[in-house]
Every structure is written in structure tokens, then in C-alpha cells.
Design a protein around this ligand. Sequence first.
Ligand SMILES: Nc1nc2c(ncn2[C@@H]2O[C@H](COP(=O)(O)OP(=O)(O)O)[C@@H](O)[C@H]2O)c(=O)[nH]1
Ligand SMILES: [Mg+2]
Length: 337
Amino acid sequence: MTSYTLPALGWNAHFAAQLTDNLIPMRVTDIHKSFIGTLGESGAERLDMTLDLVDQGVTVGDWVLKDPETGQPVQVLARQTLLKRRNARTNLDDQLIAANVDTLFVVSSCNKDFNVARLERYFALAHQGGAEPVLILTKADLADNPGEFEAEAMRSLPGVMVYALDALDPATPEKLAGYCGEGKTVALLGTSGVGKTTLTNALTGLNQLTQDIRSSDARGRHTTTARSMHQMQAGGWLIDTPGMRALRLADAREGLEAVFADIEELAGQCRFNDCAHESEPGCAVRDIVEPERLKRWRKLMNEDTYGNETIAESRERYRKVGKLHAGGKARGVSKRK
Ligand SMILES: Nc1nc2c(ncn2[C@@H]2O[C@H](COP(=O)(O)OP(=O)(O)O)[C@@H](O)[C@H]2O)c(=O)[nH]1
Ligand SMILES: [Mg+2]
């Protein structure tokens, strides 16, 4: 059985400081109903999904501590980074996507999948969780002018590293080698069919099935349905995720501020410090920021503010708004409370 060193698995001082007694650190590679897949110094091991883990909300990429006496995991270590989204169906609970990720490869294609609003969402999620987002634009080989997509991305996501590439090209792993290496963790996020599994195969040497095969003859086999962590050939770990259709942000104010840093910065020059950049006089943002970008910023900030309030808070807000209207003195509710 392959064994690993803890640093090769991503272990560092942040985790070492949380190690107690004679518990054994294991890194979580995949999650199932009744067990988790883990890797540790003694190799791969399945551990029970204990109540402790359920309570602590274990996810792929987490470090857990195993009690050597019972063989059971007893603790999830505090994460260095955490990618999560709001449950789009209930809008109440958070869904953990992956933990302890250094770099998030946001994957989109040089075709109609490319959507700036969606990319801004993914980037906010990464910034919020503490991971560095990098944009991978696949299917550059199929596009008439992949440079257009690159340019559009750079306009909307200031400072972004963007790679337009052919995920099937054998030279692709070399282009992304800077994000790999001992102890590093990369995750992939993007809609279905953009090439996440193709990239995973290229970086790990695995041979997982990609989308096209399922639709033709590979009945009974299936493409990515769950998240899992795999070793990359250049060192480090890769977490593939199934395609995500709806991505709602969860408490992502700081992440949004990072993605829309230009708006945040200009807002400091507005005459009113609660300027909503709508029709206020002396607004420094409206004239400079592209109206579409401003609209997307507003939508995401609203979603973040109101999407994250508790039921009691939203009752209270509706009550207040109702009162204002009833009194005939309705004024814009400031976005910055
Ligand atoms: N020509 C070309 N095809 C690609 C590229 N990336 C992915 N594909 C193809 O797109 C389809 C979907 O890829 P897959 O990796 O399954 O996407 P996933 O759903 O994001 O995991 C497959 O047929 C891949 O071979 C690329 O950069 N160029
Ligand atoms: Mg896939």
C-alpha cells in the first residue's frame, strides 16, 4: 500500500498546532453516507462517518484526527480555506464544497458557456473561502478567436490569471505546473461539460470517463457524480467536482469586495457615503463603471445581504419597509446598513 508523508498530503504548521494527544491525522479524499475515504502516513483507509464528523460538517480536503484505540475519527481540524455555497433549494444551509484548497481552477469554455456573471460568482466564492481563483478557459482549440474570451475575462476580473487552452493537449499540464507540487491542493469548479474531468485526467494520469462517452455507449458507467481528491502527477492534490448548475453565494461580502474592488475603491469618492450609485448626485462610480458590471455587482450584493438574513431578520426588514410605505415616506433602503 502506498504511504505518504504528512507534508506531501498538505499538512503544515496550521494543522500541526491543532494536533492533540496521540491522535492520527488523515486527509479526507471522498465522502459517503456511512464512511469517508482518507489518506495518511500509513496509506489509504476507510473510516466510519461518525456523529462527530456529521456535526462538524466534514468535506473533501479536510483533515480529521483518528483515535488509534477505536479507529474512529473524532475531530475535524480547523480549515485553512473553505469553499462553500448556499443551498439553492432551501436558501438556508450552506453546502461545503471543499476544504484546504490553495488554488481554485474556475473552468469555463471558449463558447456559449462563457458567462461573466457566473465567473464573478465563482471568483467571489474563492476569495471568500481564502483560495486563489485562476481562470481556465478550455476548448480554445475549437474557438475562432479565443483571445476575445481572454480579453473579456481580464476586463471583468481585474488581476485574474487566465489560461486559454485545449484540455486534451499533452502540453496542458506543463502550463498549469506552477499550481501543482508537493502539499498543494487545487479544486476545479465549473458547469457540466466544460472539461473538468478532462483536466483532472491530464493532471492526475487517471482515466475517468468524460461526458461524451456516457451519452454514447458506456451504459452503466457514469461520469463525475461526487467530489473526490486525487494525487497530481506533478505533486499535490486535485479535487474534481460534479458540474454545478445553481451557485448561490453564502456570506460572501468580502469575496464580492475583492471581485468588485474597482467599485469599492471608487465608492470612497462618492459624495454620500451610503451612495447606491443609482441617481445620487456626486456619484463617482456611475460614470466610470460599465452599467452592466454595476448591475451585476448590485444583484450579487443584494443576494448576499438578503439571501443571508435569518427568517426573523427578513420579517423585521419587511415590517420596516411596510411601515415606511404606509407612512407615505418610503425612501430607498440603504444597501449599507
Ligand atoms: N476540443 C476540446 N474538447 C474538450 C476540451 N475540454 C473538454 N473537451 C471535451 O468536452 C467534453 C466534456 O468534457 P468533461 O471533461 O467530461 O467535462 P466536465 O463535465 O466538466 O467534467 C468531452 O468530450 C471532452 O473531450 C478542450 O479543451 N478541447
Ligand atoms: Mg466531469
